[in-house]
Each structure stands twice: as structure tokens, then as C-alpha cells.
Design a protein around this ligand. Structure first.
Ligand code: CP
Length: 290
């Protein structure tokens, strides 16, 4: 299949190539694909991923075809495959898909049009991982030896699962922290207070209430007290350490209101970088380089 579905089969060199192109695009380098048409097929809610993909397409001169699942033939029972096959038949040059089904793309093996994964279940969110990596690379200029801890709702997070695998391959020391009920063993556990003092990157994760099958054991107030990043904890961080969060954020649950835009926070920079990463990925796929 063409496009970008997961980072698992992408080499470290290719990942660096994408980041380098994104940085060039951020610096003013331009690419143009006038005449191409793409759509974002989102079957799960999104603000950042959907609209930054659309802005990336516009920046590349690509026409964006509107799609709204709630008023589409999906409501008449049309399958994911038939929906995507329809856009291929209409002559689109690529689609971005988000679905709550893990590895939904396994159903789309016969599609020849490029597919860009905007997130599948709790498994992959490749462009989010790439924009996280770009933000870290911009900050530190390298990956190897950096210590990163992801804190919070690990078990429901496709961002955590995608990032852990690729960050390890890039030579980073990756840890997880947070409540035991969200610890799925995907990386070694670090006590939150130690993580705050020793890590280069503190990546807070949203508590994904909408994915919980059972009510969280802690109250929101208890969660914030034990695992929320407040300004007192920020003051314990290393001088050059940074705070990241894929967003949307639950203010005053996993991160304090006054920390979201504090001097160490890179949350809105991550969103800005998302546009350039998505421009780079679309461009490389359309050029046959990915
Ligand atoms: N980070 C992220 O995927 O945000 P959205 O759900 O708003 O796309």
C-alpha cells in the first residue's frame, strides 16, 4: 500500500529525511502540487490532525475535497472500503483517514491511491510521532541519549505506543509514568517525581475518558494531585528540559492551566510543526520518495 500508515517499517534514515524536509519547508522552501486533489476522511473527532493536514495540502497547492462522515453514505451503512474505493474512483490523489478501529488499513489492501493514517484506535498516529520528533530535534539537535518520559493514560494512547517504538530506535531512553491502571508495560516505569527531575522531555498525555470502558479509579482531583504537571513540578525540571503534550489537553487534570503555555512548554510549537511534517510526508509520497 502507498502512503504512510505506521512508522514501524520506516528506517531511521527515512524518518530523519522527513524531519529534514519539514525543517526546510518551515524555513521557506516550497513545493507545489497544483492540480492534485485530496480528502480527509475522519470517522473520529479531530481538530489538529484533520485541519493541519488540510492546511498542509493548501500550502502545497493541493485542492481539498470536503468530507463529513455524519452526512455521508457511511450513515446508510457503506463500509470503509467502499467509501475509500469511491474516492479512488473519483480520481483523488490521496486520502487521510482516522478511525477508532486498530489497523483499519488492513481492510484497504486493494486500494492503490496513497493513504495517510491520521490515527487508528490505540495503535498508530505516525504524523503525530513525526511532529513530536521534529520538535525534539529542533530543540536538542539530536535524539541519541535523550531521556524522555510519557506520563498518564499510556494504555489508551496511540501517541505513546507509536512514539515509544520509534524513539527507542532513535537511541532515546524512553520511560512511562502515571497510575498503575494505565501502565501497559510498554516501557520501563519511572516514578513521576524522578521523571520530572531527570528527563529532557516530559510528555504529558491526555486522560482519554472517551475510551475508558470502566470509570477511572482516581477522581480528577486526585489524578491532578498525583500525576498532574503543575508549576511546582515544572520548577524541578532540568534547565533545558521541555514539556510536550499531543493535545487536546485536559486543563487541571493532567496539566495545570498555567503550565500549558509556560516557558518550557512546546505544545503549540508541536501543532505548528505538524503542518510542516504533513507537508513533508504528502510531498515525499507524491514524489515517490516514501
Ligand atoms: N493530537 C491530535 O491528534 O489531536 P486531534 O485529535 O485534535 O487531531
Amino acid at each position: 500500500m502507498r502512503g504512510l500508515l505506521t512508522l514501524h517499517d520506516l528506517s531511521v534514515n527515512k524518518i530523519q529525511e522527513i524531519i529534514d524536509l519539514a525543517l526546510k519547508l518551515k524555513g521557506g522552501f516550497s513545493k507545489n502540487y497544483v492540480g492534485k486533489k485530496m480528502a480527509t476522511l475522519f470517522f473520529e473527532n479531530s481538530t489538529r490532525t484533520q485541519y493541519s493536514f488540510q492546511v498542509a495540502m493548501m500550502n502545497l497547492g493541493i485542492q481539498v475535497v470536503g468530507f463529513n462522515a455524519s452526512v455521508s453514505s457511511v450513515q446508510k451503512g457503506e463500509s470503509l472500503y467502499d467509501t475509500v474505493r469511491t474516492f479512488e474512483a473519483l480520481g483523488l490523489d490521496g486520502v487521510v483517514i482516522r478511525s477508532s478501529i486498530d489497523n483499519y488499513f488492513d481492510q484497504l489492501q486493494n486500494i492503490k491511491m496513497p493513504i495517510f493514517n491520521g490515527g487508528d484506535g490505540a495503535s498508530n498516529h505516525p504524523t503525530q510521532c513525526l511532529l513530536d520528533l521534529m520538535t525534539i530535534y529542533e530543540e536538542f539537535g539530536h535524539f541519541a541519549g535523550l531521556k524522555v518520559c510519557m506520563i498518564g493514560d499510556i494504555s489508551h494512547s496511540r501517541v505513546a505506543h507509536g512514539n515509544i517504538e520509534v524513539m527507542k530506535r532513535l537511541g532515546m531512553d524512553v520511560y512511562i509514568s502515571g497510575p498503575e491502571e494505565f501502565n501497559d508495560g510498554s516501557a520501563p516505569h519511572l516514578d513521576f517525581s524522578e521523571a520530572v527531575k531527570t528527563c529532557d522531555v516530559i510528555m504529558m498525555l491526555r486522560v482519554q475518558f472517551e475510551r475508558h470502558k470502566e470509570k477511572m479509579q482516581l477522581t480528577e482531583k486526585e489524578y491532578f494531585k498525583l500525576y498532574g504537571l503543575d508549576i511546582n513540578k515544572v520548577n524541578l525540571m532540568k534547565e533545558k528540559a521541555i514539556i510536550m503534550h499531543p493535545a487536546p489537553v485536559n486543563r487541571n487534570i493532567e496539566i495545570a492551566d498555567d503550565v500549558v503555555e509556560c516557558e518550557k512548554a512546546r505544545i503549540y510549537k508541536q501543532m505548528t510543526n505538524g503542518v510542516y511534517i504533513r507537508m513533508a510526508v504528502i510531498s515525499m509520497v507524491l514524489d515517490g520518495d516514501l
